[in-house]
Design a protein around this ligand. Structure first.
Ligand SMILES: [Zn+2]
Ligand SMILES: [Zn+2]
Length: 172
């Protein structure tokens, strides 16, 4: 079964996570893991929402088990857990990051969804994952990547994000 996106201001698919309690409003929205045990409330406006970007780097391929990551950056001061912060496994390493700095990866202990990454190089910020956002309308609107980085590592069968500002390596 496929889910088509209806022409409505918000759209949370009925089968989106096992808890069915995602929401969005003008200012904030939820990101929930696959099983529903972890849920983050994040801001939709600046300055809380700092950036939206797609990354083709080798690290992002491996950590997403896909060809790129669709991320958005939020300030910790505007981001909170509605549940499950203590239900994350935090995996930290600095061996594969392009900056050489520690990257924290927060995975749900039950379903393994990567809920956020956090770099020592970006104090007070988290990189959240567009795919975990419950309101699918936001994937196409507010959270559409404005920047695309590491285009030099992009897989050959895809031509990138229309209209996004491109960077050969990490965006400045
Ligand atoms: Zn989970
Ligand atoms: Zn990356």
């Amino acid at each position: 079964m496929t889910t088509s996106i209806p022409d409505t201001p918000t759209f949370i698919p009925p089968n989106n996570s096992l808890t069915h309690d995602g929401w969005s409003n003008e200012d904030e929205a939820t990101a929930t893991c696959f099983c529903g045990k972890v849920q983050i409330v994040f801001p939709l406006k600046s300055p809380g929402l700092a950036n939206t970007f797609l990354c083709n780097c080798t690290d992002c391929r491996k950590v997403t088990a896909s060809m790129f990551a669709t991320n958005f950056t939020t300030r910790d001061s505007h981001t909170r857990f509605s549940r499950g912060e203590d239900h994350l496994t935090l995996f930290v390493q600095d061996q594969t990051t392009t900056t050489g700095k520690n990257m924290i990866n927060g995975f749900c202990k039950t379903c393994g969804t990567l809920m956020y990454r956090k770099s020592e190089g970006f104090e007070g910020m988290k990189f959240l994952r567009v795919g975990t956002v419950d309101d699918f309308k936001l994937h196409d609107t507010v959270l559409k990547p404005q920047h695309e980085q590491f285009v030099g590592c992009r897989v050959g069968w895809w031509s990138g994000v229309d209209d996004a500002k491109k960077y050969e390596k990490m965006m400045e």
